[in-house]
Structures are given as structure tokens and as C-alpha cells.
Design a protein around this ligand. Sequence first.
Ligand code: NIG
Ligand code: FE
Length: 391
Amino acid sequence: MRSTVISGIGSLVTNDPSLGGGPLGLLSDAAVVVADGRIAWVGPAASAPAADEGFDAGGRAVIPGFVDSHSHLVFAGDRTAEFNARMSGAAYTAGGIRTTVAATRAASDAALDANVARYFAEALRQGTTVLECKSGYGLTVEDEARALRIAGRHTDETTYLGAHVVSPDYADDPAAYVDLVTGPMLDACAPYARWVDVFCERGAFDGDQARAVLTAGAKRGLVPRIHANQLTEGPGVQLAVELGAASADHCTHLSDADVAALAAASGTTVATLLPGAEFSTRAAYPDARRLLDAGATVALSTDCNPGSSFTSSVPFCIAVAVREMGMTPDEALWSATAGGAAALRRTDVGRVVVGARADLALLDAPSHVHLAYRPGVPLVAAVWRGGERAA
Ligand code: NIG
Ligand code: FE
């Protein structure tokens, strides 16, 4: 078992407040020892134990790898024309999902797999070491199961989203589509999925339908998460809390009662904010400050998909969250690492603590604050995943 000591870390985010250094457990002049894919030691560089190999961070910052808990990457084609129309004034309605469904159904397994690999690699280069991935552009039994099989080659965090929108094949009978999603489609998909998700929104699925989808998934051992309150206020957040979902994602249009519910459920249901979607649809951003001040647990993720948010960049989302959503740089960094881990109910990632998976990103910067301070600059200089140099 070879060990590596990463020394010369000017600023280390551990997300372990017991080390001092505030909620981020910030250490300066630090070192980390990695062995057997795990963090074996964390502390002051001056007292670091010897290791087989060394890496000198040269005074730069090291952070936990980003945990991106929300993406839709099994798709084919793109929606450049829709984006162009939107930037000329058209509204986002999520109706374009059907365009991607047609392209995805027509694509080969190999083409879809290559696409997923490409976006996972793109995310990794930007510091993402855990990436959740949803189905939802197949909307038939075979195409949803295929999407999850392909996603599962790239991540353990696979999410069954047969209830993305009503399949065009069932436009005249949405109830029959819900029966399919909660019946044969679930049977085919459950073996390949960890999570079940539903787009609870006007034009997609209402509260009763969303409840049916999530409870059916839960009966098959899938843990609920939900697209909630993205385009309008609705029942999604309350349903997430009631069902003990791992996260309520988007949370853009919240009533005071929704905020209070998320705060009361802060140990169970994470509010996952996805500012790439508001950026790319020219919509008002969610109010992270309101959620944080109320005591909710907040995660920050990309929502990478070809329609509403075609970015794989967590650093971009951090910069937007700080500039537009009232988050401090420290809060945004926590939400994109430990917050994402909480949304995926993971304790082995998102923190640099002994025993955690050795997922680290080296920044070409003296501190994590530069992720927001220097927007659009590719600051991720190196990435380790499971102790291996991955980018
Ligand atoms: O999270 N809201 C629903 N699903 C995606 C959008 C998918 C699409 O437009 O293709 C989202 O924003
Ligand atoms: Fe999404």
C-alpha cells in the first residue's frame, strides 16, 4: 500500500469544524496523507508523517472534490436553437425536454455512453469527484432502463426519473403514464437506480402524481428526491419533507411555509440549489440567504442538462451563487462539497477527514475564495479521486 503526502497546502478546506477554522475547518500550512484511496492523516505540514511519495502544493489551496448531486447526462443532441430563441425573449417551459427525448431514443448505446463519459470527464477536470446522474430522456420502459444502465457505468449515484414529463406517447392519458412509471418501468429500472425523482411542476406532474411516483419508488428501495418549486410555487417542497426525501431540488419559488419546512427538516431533506438553470433561462435566482438564515441545509449543484442548464462547472455555480444568491464564498464552497454529500446521504465524501475517500482538488489560487472572486477562470489545477490522480 503506497502512501502519498500532499504538503505545502497554503489553505486546506476540510469541512471538519472540530479542527477549528470555522465551519469549513480551514487549516493553513497543512498537509494531507493519502493511503489506499483514503485520507490517512490531516494536519500541520510541519508535523506530517513520512510517505512513499510527495506532492508539493506550492502554497496553493486544496479543497474536497465537488459533490454534484444533480445532473441529467444520458442524452443525445443539444438544444442550441431553443437556447437561441430564449436569449431572444422566448420563455423556458421545459417543453423542450421532448426534443431531447426524441434524439435520445434514436441514439445508440455507444453514442449515449460516449456522451456520458465526455461530460463526466469535463466535470472531473473542473473538480467534481462525485456526480449523480438521472434518467429521464427515454420515457419508455426500455429507454429508461437503458439510460440507467449506461449511467451506472459512470457513477453509483443513479436516479430513476421516468417521471420527467409525461411521455409524448401518453399525451392523451397522463394517468396511464403514471401507472407505467410506477409499474413496469419501475420494475425495469429499480435494479439500476439508487434514487427515484419526479419533476413536480405545472406541465409535468402534480402533487398527487409525484407522491405516487415517489412512494412506489420507495417501496422498491429507491430513496426519493424531487424537482420542486422550480418554475412556480407548488406542493413539491412540502411533499419532499413529508416523505423524508433526501433533497428538494431547485427551490426557486418558495413560500414562507416551504422555507420553514426545509429548515425543520434540515437533518433529512437538503435544499439543493441549481443556479445554472436560472442563469440559462434568464429567471430569478433562488434566495439562498433566506434558506440559510432559516437554518436549512443547502447544497449547490449544476443540474447539467441540454435544456435548462448546460454547464458541468461547479466553480461557475459557486460564482453565481455568491454574486446572485446571497451566499458567502465559504457557504458556497461548503454547499458544493459537504452539502452535496448530505444531499446524497454520503459521509465518505465532501470532507477531508481521516477515513474519508481521498477526493481532493488543488486550486491554482491561495484560497477557495478565488472560485467566486475569479469567475470563469479555470482554477482547478489537479484532482485526486479515491487517492488516484484523476486530472
Ligand atoms: O432540472 N426541470 C426539469 N428538468 C431539467 C430540465 C431538463 C430539460 O430542459 O431538458 C431541470 O431543469
Ligand atoms: Fe434537473
